[in-house]
Design a protein around this ligand. Structure first.
Ligand code: RTP
Ligand code: MG
Length: 137
């Protein structure tokens, strides 16, 4: 079942020079392809749409600040079961709980600065793709 997922390489990943490393892991998955890719800075409005489910939580405001602390790489990844697969590749939210071999498990220590976002369901993917790549057919 081919799907599309919205991936963000967060500002910590870009700052630390991990773009190539992370994209390399994604590219090496059989049959997955990058359908769109852009380095960009995110504004408050875009982030409020993207992370709206977390509004009011204690980590929301710091998350907004962190996500605007530098450019992100926004990408669309396409392929077989890519939504579940990218969540597995990323690992759980807390990098210390994430297994070595996962992106968060290999490179992160801080919950907020966990390197990568990937859509968590088909519904989220459809919603997020419209926010970040509205022109994608
Ligand atoms: P994401 O949405 O970025 O893919 O991450 P996720 O599904 O694994 O985690 P989620 O619960 O949706 O949280 C969104 C992002 O907010 C930051 N966060 N900080 N307790 C904290 O300080 C905390 N909890 C979450 C992380 O950057 C997390 O990825
Ligand atoms: Mg999430």
């Amino acid at each position: 079942m081919s799907q599309r997922s919205l991936v963000l390489l967060k500002p910590d990943a870009v700052r630390r020079g991990l773009i190539g490393e992370i994209i390399g892991r994604i590219e090496r998955k059989a049959g997955w392809t990058i359908a769109a890719l852009e380095l960009r800075e995110l504004d408050q409005d875009t982030l409020e749409q993207h992370y709206g489910e977390h509004k009011g939580k204690p980590f929301y405001e710091p998350l907004m600040g962190f996500m605007q602390s530098g450019p992100v790489v926004a990408m669309v990844v396409e392929g077989e079961r890519v939504i579940e697969g990218l969540r597995t590749l990323a690992g759980p939210t807390d990098p210390i709980a994430a297994a070595p071999g996962s992106i968060r498990g290999d490179y992160g220590t801080i919950v907020r600065e966990n390197l990568i976002h990937a859509s968590d369901s088909e519904e989220s993917a459809a919603r997020e793709l419209k926010i970040f790549f509205p022109g994608l057919v």
